[in-house]
Design a protein around this ligand. Sequence first.
Ligand code: 3DU
Length: 215
Amino acid sequence: MEKKNRLILALDVTDREHALRIANEVSDYVDSIKVGYPLVLGEGLGIVKELVEIAPVIADFKVADIPNTDRLICEHVFNAGAAGIITHGFTGRDSLDSCVKVANDFGTDVYVVTEMSHPGGVEFFRPVAEDIAKMAVEAGASGVVAPATRPERVKDIRKIIGEELSIISPGVGAQGGSAADVIRAGADWVIVGRSIYNSDSPAEVAKKICDEMNC
Ligand code: 3DU
């Protein structure tokens, strides 16, 4: 993903018109659009084909299954035109390897969740987050997902993964995290949803977040 604005839009609206309107309004300020279950279950995977005309799409399906099922999910997502996919890592190395193999065949990216950004994200993830980050490096993933709500954890995870892998970081705005703080801690991109798509002026909010990150 080209690093221009450092902002990824989390497009968790559930209908096509709304999704396309928000995506078009903020397209000058985002490097990618993250699409997940809310929109794809609402509108089908075809929405990805429409959104890639506006910006590269990352599919946030937090893939977490056996290697064969993961492979099938990744193939569908990349055939639909997504440039990247978000997977879990707790399912183990063979599952992650399967996603990375498909991504390599398509020339796309895999981002692995390390520790989640909500309060419950520390309950089970905290003890394994650093091992998952190490595994992401060893497996050849493109990057990891780490919490903007805990910049100190982003710093820890950056130390583990080095400079090769990217950190994409949700939790800015509605979840309380600051874009500037998490970029300073070592994130490459922030992921922002509700603060942008629930606003009366999505483009203004997106621009403000970009300005905060000095991009
Ligand atoms: O809180 P927001 O509305 O800005 O949305 C954040 C997005 O990032 C949303 O799509 C959510 O599913 C995703 N996400 C997290 O919030 C936290 C994670 O650890 C991983 C993904």
